[in-house]
Design a protein. Structure first.
Ligand SMILES: Nc1ncnc2c1ncn2[C@@H]1O[C@H](COP(=O)(O)OP(=O)(O)OP(=O)(O)O)[C@@H](O)[C@H]1O
Ligand SMILES: [Mg+2]
Length: 245
């Protein structure tokens, strides 16, 4: 039986070895390697076009590397075992537009085999203040409410490995706070792509910085801060790292 609890697990939940990804002649990722031990929370930082979203898509099996390998607790990302472990929030997340908020939660929840699904749906509707919109078709939702539903769908099955691409985009401030608390409660392994350092610092303790598909730095958030003067903004430190390569 596959152990989904991962409690006390010291193995790598995410392993990326020498990964190269091409789109035609564009080299999106260039021999990128990193490992994320189970339980760690890591921010994936990099300028526009650095390859962050491409990396996340490789980890969920939406793309296949042209070189190197990617594994989720030793599994190929396309394996059923990997899919059970992962929750993924894409940068352009779009729930089913012709279904209502509630129908999306019930449909994805049942596909995911969520136990006690009715209770879970009620909880997510309340926690994400989607109750007033539960019967609204997704196509009629505001951008922020659509993002709330996308967040709910990405964690409905309480995943142990969570991959987030700009997770707090469009969310109002109270909802950002709620979503941060919900992510923390999951007690999962996180890889989070974001341009907002305040979000990176609240959601993660470690960072990987990539530029033009290559890793230029990795370490803890504390080490990242220590690269600059105490008075220097963390955004300024990150900008320097991103422009070194
Ligand atoms: N479907 C695609 N077809 C062709 N090129 C692509 C495609 N998707 C991404 N690229 C290219 O791959 C590179 C990496 O893109 P990616 O979307 O992974 O960057 P990113 O770090 O997520 O950027 P952003 O911060 O803007 O979201 C870029 O040069 C981009 O133009
Ligand atoms: Mg992106």
């Amino acid at each position: 039986m596959y152990d989904l609890s991962l409690k006390g697990d010291t193995r790598d939940c995410i392993s990326v070895q020498d990964v190269t990804k091409l789109y035609g002649r564009t080299v999106a990722l260039n021999k990128l390697s990193f490992n994320i031990p189970c339980g760690e929370k890591v921010a994936l930082l990099g300028p526009n076009g650095a390859g962050k979203s491409t990396m996340l898509k490789l980890l969920v099996g939406l793309l296949i590397p042209d070189g190197g390998s990617v594994s989720i607790m030793g599994n190929d990302p396309s394996a059923v075992e990997a899919k059970k472990l992962i929750g993924y929030l894409p940068e352009d997340a779009s729930p089913y537009l012709t279904l209502s908020v509630r129908e999306n939660l019930e449909y994805i929840g049942s596909l995911r085999g969520v136990p006690e699904l009715e209770d879970r749906v009620e909880m997510l509707l309340d926690d994400l203040t989607l109750r007033d919109n539960e019967r609204a078709k997704v196509s009629k939702l505001s951008r922020g409410n659509r993002q709330k539903l996308s967040v709910a769908l990405s964690i409905i099955h309480r995943p142990k490995i969570v991959l987030l691409d700009e997770p707090l985009n469009y969310l109002d401030i109270p909802t950002q706070e709620k979503v941060i608390a919900m992510f923390r409660e999951l007690n999962a392994t996180f890889l989070v792509s974001t341009h907002i350092m305040a979000i990176a610092e609240r959601l993660t303790e470690n960072a990987i910085v990539i530029t033009r598909g290559r890793k230029v730095w990795d370490g803890t958030m504390t080490e990242l801060r220590e690269l600059g003067d105490p008075s220097e903004a963390i955004e300024s430190i990150v900008t320097r790292l991103m422009t070194v390569a």
